[in-house]
Design a binder for this molecule. Sequence first.
Ligand code: NAP
Ligand code: F7E
Length: 339
Amino acid sequence: MAPTAFVTGITGQDGSYLAELLLSKGYTVYGLIRRSSTFNTDRIEHLYQDPHAKDYRLRLVYGDMQDGSRLTRLLHEVRPDEIYNLAAQSHVKVSFDTAEQTGDVGALGVTRLLEAMRTACPAARFYQASSSEMYGSVPPPQSEASAFSPRSPYAISKLYGHHLVANYREAYGLFACSGILFNHESPRRGGTFVTRKISRAVASIKAGKQDKLFLGNLDARRDWGFAPEYVEGMWRMLQQPKPDDYVLATGETHSVREFAQRAFARAGLDWQKHVQHDARYLRPTEVDALQGDATKAARTLQWQARTRFDALADLMVDADMYALQHGLREFEVRQRFFP
Ligand code: NAP
Ligand code: F7E
């Protein structure tokens, strides 16, 4: 029998790549989506299947991480083999404004889903999207053995989920894993995260539609990888004989300034002529430097990041320039440029 996966956050960057991966492996994929007055399924539009189709394997179901009874009912109905919990209010800066809701989804949402799994399908395998933001002010390089010192409501909500997964694994013997993923980007990255904000602006400036790009802290350093490679790592975690936690990262660290430099240069532009500071993009507390040590994932999962910093910046700029030049909507460029 082909396996069944239940994916929360399927409409997000990672959810869309994970859905592609699981479908290509023959899974039936149930994706949790939120009811919205406008369509929020752009990133998975190319995967959409008519429910009447013979091989109907992408099944979208309504629900919300803030609605525990619905999650329980869904897991009783679906009885998945694997559960990937990717849903979150994932923007760090926004989490300072919406701290309560960020915690409700990112922390209590994990409790709701694990409780649902415990009653409906305790033999399923569970993946939790933990984050390098949990390290906060801990100096790099950061690994599974590093301490945590979170610096935002987002990071604190993720740390709650992370500890809960470890606790449920120990207390109830659940097969539950956390992936501590460092920043991973792509042409599908949300437009308010810094890499995509930059790549979109570069395309727009190159096309003469915009002149300035306003950014906050240029000194922050991140370990940026390519998202499709990271969802492969999530899947590998759930194929192991035992549940465990793993860091996924490139091992390289670069500043926001370096990303801007590289991205503007890709389009033949000088970043200093276009980038201006705007304090509104600063955070009350910042994470200064992240650099992951993914030795354990390399050893156990045979997983390694392949796309390095320069290639990542280049491919994101190329995709945004292509979209503008060809007058394509976002989901169309995804199919044509990155099939
Ligand atoms: P993303 O693009 O922001 O996607 C977030 C997803 O969560 C969307 O599908 C969103 O649905 C859904 N969601 C938000 N609130 C929800 C709720 N109350 N109920 C149900 N679904 C809800 O995030 P991403 O970059 O793909 O990241 C995936 C996960 O990995 C997140 O948990 C994130 O915190 C974590 N993470 C990301 C990174 C990274 O660098 N990308 C690194 C470490 C960890 P809508 O489309 O309806 O908004
Ligand atoms: O910021 C600085 C900002 O918002 C990166 C999420 O996926 O990765 C992501 O969180 C850095 C920060 O990502 C702007 O201050 C400067 O230092 O792209 P970001 P993030 O906060 O690292 C982690 C691993 C997650 O788990 C999260 O879900 O860039 N920065 N100027 C800016 N950031 C933004 N967004 N906008 C600016 O104008």
